[in-house]
Design a protein around this ligand. Structure first.
Ligand SMILES: Cc1ncc(COP(=O)(O)O)c(C=O)c1O
Length: 519
C-alpha cells in the first residue's frame, strides 16, 4: 500500500502549508489520516483527532486501532505496586499458607510462579504473542452516538474485547494458560464455565496447543445457551452440565437438590475433582486468581496507548466484575497511575442479585462450593451462596478476585451493584446507538457508564469515561428475547439469604483485615 504525507489545512485557509495543520497522511491514495492539532480552529477545546477526506471534509475519528507492532510484550503485575501486601491463600486442610507445591497437582509450575510473583513486568512468551495477534490489539471506540443520545458532555470510550475468536476477553488468559500447560506436559485441562464464554475461550486455546479440554458448564447456562456448548465442541472440547453425575462433588449436590440450577462454585468443585483424579490432567480457572488478572492486563496496557493517541485520559474507568478479570485487565494499569497520584475513579460493577463486593464481607473463603480449593482472602457471599439464575451467568460467582478485593479495601476501587432490568435496558440503548449487541455481563458496565454520563450531564461536567466492552452477546440472544418479551424481572436479594449463606464461613480463619458484612 502506497503512503505519502501532505499538508492540509483544517481551518479552510487557502494557503497550505500553513501553521494550522501538523500532518495528514494519505494511505493508498484514498484517504485518510489522523490529525492531532490543537491549533486548528475546527477542533479547538475538543478532542483533536480528526479524519480528513480527500475533498477536505473533516470527520471525528471513531476508533483507534493500534498496529500489531504495538502489541504489549509484557503483562503488568499489580502485586508489585499494592499499597497493602496481599494476605496468602490458606491450605483447605491445614489452614496454613499454601506454597507452590500445594498447588502443583492442579496448576502447572509456570502459572504457580506467576500466581505468587512480585515482579512488576512479566514477559509474554512468543508463542502467546503469536496467538494474541489473531485478534489483538483490539480497537478502542469513541461512543459518539451514545453520547448524543444521552445528551451528555461526557466523552465515552469503550474497548472492544468482543473481537476475539470466542467473543470476549477470556482468550487473553486462556491462551497463556493453555501454553504454559502444554510446555509443562499437561494432556488434558478441566475447567468450569458460567455463561460459556470462559469454556469456549479455553476450548479455543486448547485447540491451538493440541490439549484435550473438559468443561463443566453451569446447568442454567447450559440450558439457556446451547450455542456456547456447540462452540466448545467445534473447538474439540467436551462439555457437560453441572452439577453432573460424573464427579463426587456433582453427585453430592444433586442428592441435596436434584433441581439445582448449578453455580460457578459447584462447577469449580467438579472441574478440580476431575483434574486431580484424571491422568496428566490439570485445572484452569478463567478468573479470580492473580495470574488471570495478570494476563488480562494486555488489554489495559493497549488502552493506555490508545487513550494517549486520542489525547484523553479517563476520569472514570468502568468494568463489570464476576470474578474480576476483565475489569482488572482494563483497570489495573490505571490503578497503577492512581497509586502514583493520578486522579481517576475506578468503578467495578456487579449484579444486585450477586452483590459480592457491595454486600459481602472481606473474609477467607473457599473458591468452590464443595470446599476443595485453597481459602482465598476476598469479598465473598459464602461458598454455599447460589445466586438467582440471572442471564449474566458470568457474574454469578460468590467471591471476588483477592487482588480486586484488596484494592477495594484500600479505597482504590469503588464497587457498585445494578439490577438486571437496568442492565438490559442499557444493552438495548447501546445496540440502538453504537450498534454492537453486548453480552449480558457487559451490559452491567454499560449501565454504570450511562449512569456516569447522565451524572456528567446533570453536573454540566466534561468527563472522560472509559469502559471495557468485555464481550458480544450474539450467542446470548435468548436473554434479550426474554427481556424484550417481558419475561425478566429484578430479583431482590433478602438480607436473611446472605446471612444464611455466610454462616458457613463463620468457623473459617479470618484475614488480618477482616471486614464484616457491608451495610
Ligand atoms: C463477556 C463477559 N464479561 C464479563 C465476565 C465476568 O467475568 P470476569 O469478572 O472474570 O471478567 C464474563 C464471564 O464469563 C463474560 O463472559
Amino acid at each position: 500500500m502506497g503512503r505519502r504525507s501532505i499538508s492540509w489545512c483544517l481551518t479552510g485557509c487557502s494557503c497550505p502549508p500553513c501553521s494550522h495543520v501538523r500532518r495528514v497522511r494519505l494511505i493508498g491514495g484514498r484517504l485518510l489520516a489522523w490529525v492531532k492539532d490543537a491549533s486548528a480552529g475546527v477542533a479547538e477545546g475538543k478532542n483533536t483527532n480528526l479524519i480528513v477526506t480527500l475533498k477536505g471534509g473533516v470527520m471525528d475519528v471513531k476508533k483507534i486501532v493500534l498496529p500489531e507492532s504495538e502489541l504489549p510484550r509484557q503483562w503488568y503485575n499489580i502485586a508489585a505496586d499494592m499499597p497493602t501486601p496481599m494476605e496468602p491463600p490458606l491450605h483447605p486442610g491445614t489452614g496454613k499458607p499454601v506454597g507452590p507445591d500445594d498447588l502443583a497437582p492442579i496448576f502447572p509450575m509456570p502459572l504457580i510462579l506467576q500466581e505468587v510473583s512480585q515482579e512488576r513486568w512479566i514477559d509474554i512468551p512468543e508463542e502467546v504473542l503469536k496467538r494474541y495477534l489473531m485478534w489483538r490489539p483490539t480497537p478502542l471506540y469513541r461512543a459518539y452516538s451514545l453520547e448524543k443520545f444521552l445528551k451528555t458532555p461526557a466523552r465515552i470510550y469503550f474497548k472492544n474485547e468482543g473481537v476475539s475468536p470466542a467473543g470476549s476477553h477470556k482468550p487473553n488468559t486462556a491462551i497463556p494458560q493453555a501454553y504454559y500447560n502444554a510446555i509443562s506436559g499437561t494432556k488434558r485441562i478441566c475447567t468450569e464455565t458460567g455463561a460459556g464464554q470462559w469454556g469456549s475461550a479455553l476450548a479455543f486455546a486448547c485447540s491451538q496447543f493440541g490439549i484435550e479440554c473438559k468443561v463443566f458448564m453451569v446447568k442454567i447456562s447450559y440450558n439457556q445457551k446451547p450455542y456456547r456448548r456447540m462452540m466448545m465442541q467445534t473447538w474439540g472440547a467436551t462439555c457437560v452440565a453441572s452439577p453432573s453425575t460424573e464427579t463426587k462433588a456433582g453427585q453430592t449436590i444433586l442428592a441435596q437438590n436434584p433441581d439445582s440450577p448449578g453455580s460457578l462454585g459447584i462447577a469449580i468443585s467438579e472441574a478440580v475433582e476431575a483434574a486431580v483424579t484424571g491422568k496428566d490432567s490439570k485445572y484452569a480457572l478463567g478468573s479470580v486468581l492473580n495470574h488471570v488478572m495478570l494476563h488480562q492486563t494486555v488489554n489495559g496496557l493497549e488502552v493506555q496507548k490508545q487513550m494517549a493517541i486520542a489525547g484523553d485520559y479517563p476520569d472514570v474507568v468502568i468494568g463489570c466484575a464476576g470474578g474480576g478479570s476483565n475489569f482488572a485487565g482494563c483497570a489495573f494499569p490505571f490503578i497503577r497511575d492512581k497509586i502514583h497520584g493520578k486522579k481517576v475513579e475506578i468503578i467495578a460493577v456487579e449484579p444486585t442479585s450477586c452483590p459480592t463486593m457491595t454486600r459481602g464481607p472481606f473474609a477467607y473463603d473457599f473458591g468452590d462450593t464443595v470446599m476443595m480449593t485453597p481459602l482465598l482472602p476476598m469479598h465473598t457471599l459464602g461458598h454455599g451462596f447460589v445466586p438467582e439464575p440471572i442471564h449474566a451467568g458470568g457474574l454469578r460467582y460468590h467471591g471476588m478476585a483477592p487482588l480486586v478485593s484488596q484494592l477495594i479495601l484500600d479505597g482504590l476501587i469503588t464497587p457498585i451493584a445494578v439490577p438486571q432490568m437496568e442492565t438490559f435496558q442499557a444493552g438495548i440503548t447501546f445496540a440502538r446507538t453504537e450498534g454492537f449487541i453486548s453480552a449480558p455481563e457487559t451490559d452491567h458496565a454499560i449501565a454504570a457508564t450511562i449512569r456516569e454520563a447522565i451524572k456528567a450531564r446533570e453536573e454540566g461536567k466534561e468527563k472522560v469515561i472509559l469502559f471495557n466492552w468485555s464481550g458480544h452477546g450474539l450467542v446470548d440472544m435468548a436473554a434479550y428475547d426474554a427481556y424484550l418479551s417481558g419475561k425478566l424481572a429484578d430479583h431482590a436479594l433478602a438480607e436473611a439469604e446472605i446471612q444464611r449463606a455466610l454462616k458457613e464461613i463463620d468457623p473459617l480463619p479470618k484475614p488480618k483485615q477482616y471486614r464484616p458484612l457491608r451495610p
